[in-house]
Write a protein that binds this ligand. Structure first.
Ligand SMILES: [Zn+2]
Ligand SMILES: [Zn+2]
Length: 345
């Protein structure tokens, strides 16, 4: 089968690989029909993710058909149409019993990291019963590809952890796919103000189309002042950090109102400053989280009932044999205006 393989920092290639085989009774083999590329895949290529070794098939998102199941898999059968979750969960360990699937002792984020991933014709899914989600018969599988990672990540790490409330004021720092997914799912709670912050005017325009009430271009270092102007000098109740750089995290510290929450979503490769000399008295909360995918079934229902349209995040489509072009398009988002790219296997 064809697969996109990480070959070390800055290097990737399409390789011919053997079909994955069932190696534990709880495994399933899924034939991937659609997959996508995540910012995290670019982090791996930049050598930011030391757990991912060269030779690994990348990808932790996708939809497909169950091809084969191990004898311990009871919830799924060959032919079933499924969403692959970016988080694998055994359902039995201490963390899984606390619904912290991201910290499953034999799972978590392993696909396309410590085991071969979804940017291939077939993938082995460990703990299949508790790591796959059934796709309803009339569903749009392209839309549901967004449920593997970005929608639950933005919703759980950003919106839920950020305690977005009716009437509250929310700023989303970073209007890439994750920030935009946070913008879409924050609207479940009817916040009064949804301020999108980015350096790219195109992405800010997209954010306005997705429901942002204001757009702030952070170029020139005036983003914090602009947010203070927009909020009568108060700041925001929720600051969602959806970039993962020291500057964007500090911007959240600069704009959070007393009693507010900074919800970090971004993947940070280096340390960021926490200005306790200013914030010690401000009653704020800082949250961090890796997506647990506990909200995936709920999000699936909101997509099915058309309360949420994640297809709006898809800008480009490629065949699997052109996945290198897909990476190039995704990596040059400022000029290609790419958000999520769909790859058809
Ligand atoms: Zn991802
Ligand atoms: Zn577990």
């Amino acid at each position: 089968m064809k697969a996109l393989v990480y070959q070390g920092p800055g290097k990737k290639a399409i390789e011919e690989r053997a079909m994955p085989a069932i190696s534990a009774p709880t495994d399933a083999i899924v034939r991937i029909t659609k997959t996508t590329i995540c910012g995290t895949d670019l982090h791996i290529l930049k050598d930011d993710v030391p757990t991912c070794a060269p030779g690994r098939i990348l990808g932790h998102e996708g939809v497909g058909r169950v091809e084969k199941t191990g004898p311990g898999v009871t919830a799924f059968h060959p032919g079933d149409h499924v969403v692959v979750s970016c988080i694998s969960a055994c359902g039995k360990c201490e963390y899984c019993r606390r619904a912290m699937y991201s910290h499953c002792t034999t799972g978590g984020w392993i696909l396309g990291n410590t085991v071969d991933g979804t940017q291939a014709e077939y993938v082995r899914i460990p703990h299949a019963d508790t790591s796959l989600y059934r796709i309803p018969a009339d569903a749009d599988e392209e839309a549901l590809t967004m449920l593997s990672d970005i929608l639950p990540t933005a919703f759980e790490c950003g919106v839920l952890n950020g305690k977005v409330q009716p009437g509250s004021t929310v700023a989303i720092v970073g209007a890439g796919p994750i920030g935009l997914a946070a913008l879409l799912t924050a609207q479940f709670y009817s916040p009064a103000e949804l301020i999108a912050i980015d350096l790219d005017d195109n992405r800010l325009d997209v954010a306005k189309g997705f429901g942002a009430t204001a757009a702030v271009n952070a170029a020139g270092g005036t983003a914090a002042a602009q947010v203070m102007n927009l909020t009568d000098g108060r700041g925001v109740d929720t600051a969602i950090e959806a970039v993962g750089t020291p500057a964007t995290f500090v911007l959240c510290e600069d704009i959070v109102a007393p009693g507010g929450t900074i919800a970090n979503v971004g993947v940070h490769g280096v340390k960021a400053d926490l200005h306790l000399e200013r914030l010690w008295s401000q009653n704020i909360t800082v949250t961090t989280r890796l997506v647990d995918t506990v909200s995936t079934p709920m999000l699936l229902k909101t997509v099915q009932s058309r309360k949420l349209d994640p297809k709006r995040l898809i800008t480009h489509r490629f065949k699997l044999d052109r996945i290198l072009d897909a990476y190039d398009t995704f990596a040059r988002a400022a000029s290609t205006r790419a958000l999520k790219v769909i790859i058809e296997a």
